[in-house]
Design a protein around this ligand. Structure first.
Ligand SMILES: Nc1nc2c(ncn2[C@@H]2O[C@H](COP(=O)(O)OP(=O)(O)OP(=O)(O)O)[C@@H](O)[C@H]2O)c(=O)[nH]1
Ligand SMILES: [Mg+2]
Length: 367
């Protein structure tokens, strides 16, 4: 592997406990998220709070503590596992004397690194601009001023207004470009529908094994890796189940807890494939300590994009890690509910294929 970490970013991480029952697992997920962005964690500052502090999010005492850790490590960056307001970021940067970013910016950075298709890139830039727009007032003025740089008073009001206007123009252009791409996709989808193609979208939490399953079923070679948000763009392939049955299968971007709404909105174009699917394969890492929270998070996003009514077939993946548990098809009240399988080892894929044939043959309940 190439060493992207070398000379890359490093950061002090901040994760505060607001009494969530699965706080510890959330910390682990945060570290994984940071590493997925290619950033080396230097130290994690933790703490307990009843509610966020309006000025510093962490409270001023905690902010001082973080600042000391930053100094000790000479850290160039602090990452909060929370959403910060622009004012909180500004106040924290003043205390830390370094850049402070929140969870949304971190996720957006990962997305920016991963986007491959024109559409993916457009969507990431749009989401980034939406996030930046609220933070534009900040600039670097307060840091510069404290260092006593003469004439470094930062952008004046007029400059800011120009920036805002330019961003507005860029946002408009990006939206137009996206609309064009979306139109092309819609045309493709309509053509598929005319041909009576059954469409299935693989959804699930990031790192659940969606791409691995997609590759195993379609013999494709989508990048699958033990990192969060390995996949950003939707890929579709035709999948032949038997002599009479075929469908169009799509692999999609993974979901994560507390995904900001703006981000979900920005990814609408990619997720449109999901919104119009006949069936969702909801892939879950059966061994993950946050499994249930992950399932809920995925269902929440599905609701947000208007896909909550689409029938789901649950895929409990990675059973190979559970010490030789057999692959099974779970039925309840004569209806197929879930498949337990291992996408990596390939056991249970035959069960999934036959379940798909069954589900395709069933008349849908809405009609
Ligand atoms: N042990 C085991 N590992 C698996 C299995 N399926 C996937 N993995 C691993 O889980 C990690 C994530 O797999 P991906 O297929 O990239 O997951 P994804 O859901 O597409 O993730 P994102 O695209 O990041 O949302 C990889 O390291 C896979 O090798 C499985 O059945 N068993
Ligand atoms: Mg993937």
């Amino acid at each position: 592997m190439f060493e992207r970490h070398k000379g890359g970013d490093s950061a002090v991480l901040v994760c505060l406990d607001f009494g969530e029952p699965d706080y510890r697992d959330g910390v682990d997920e945060f570290v994984q998220l940071v590493e997925s962005a290619g950033v080396t964690p230097l130290h994690i500052v933790e703490g307990k709070r009843a509610r966020p502090d309006p000025a510093y999010f962490a409270g001023s005492g905690k902010a001082q503590e973080i600042a000391e850790v930053v100094r000790a490590h000479e850290a160039p960056l602090v990452i909060f596992n929370h959403q910060l307001s622009p004012a909180q970021e500004r106040n924290l940067e003043r205390v830390m004397q370094c850049r402070v970013i929140d969870r949304t910016t971190l996720i957006l950075d990962i997305f920016a690194q991963r986007a491959r298709t024109a559409e993916g890139k457009l969507q990431v830039e749009l989401a980034q601009l939406a996030h930046i727009q609220t933070r534009l007032i900040r600039g670097w003025t307060h840091l510069e001023r404290q260092k006593g740089g003469i004439g470094l008073r930062g952008p004046g009001e007029t400059q800011l207004e120009t920036d805002r206007r330019l961003i507005g123009i860029r946002v408009k252009r990006l939206k137009d470009q996206l609309a064009t791409v979306q139109k092309q996709r819609a045309t493709q989808r309509r053509a598929r529908m005319r041909r009576g193609q059954f469409t299935v979208s693989i959804v699930g939490y990031t790192n659940a094994g969606k791409s691995t399953l997609f590759n195993a079923l379609t013999k494709a070679r989508i990048y699958a890796a033990d990192q969060l948000f390995a996949t950003l763009d939707t890929t579709s392939r035709k999948l032949f189940l038997d002599a009479e049955h075929s469908l169009v299968l799509s692999d999609t971007v993974g979901f994560i807890r507390s995904l900001p709404h703006t981000l979900v909105a920005a990814f609408r174009a990619t997720l449109e494939e999901t919104i119009e699917a006949d069936l969702l394969l909801h892939v879950v890492d059966v061994n993950h300590p946050l499994r249930d929270a992950q399932v809920d998070a995925v269902n929440e996003v599905l609701q947000e994009i208007g896909a909550e009514r689409i029938p789901q077939l649950m895929v409990w993946n990675k059973i190979d890690l559970k010490g030789g548990e057999p692959a099974v098809l779970l039925n309840e009240y004569g209806k197929i509910q879930a498949v337990r399988l291992s996408a990596m080892r390939g056991n249970g894929l035959d069960l999934l294929r036959s379940a798909l044939v069954d589900l395709m043959s069933q008349p849908s309940e809405d009609n």
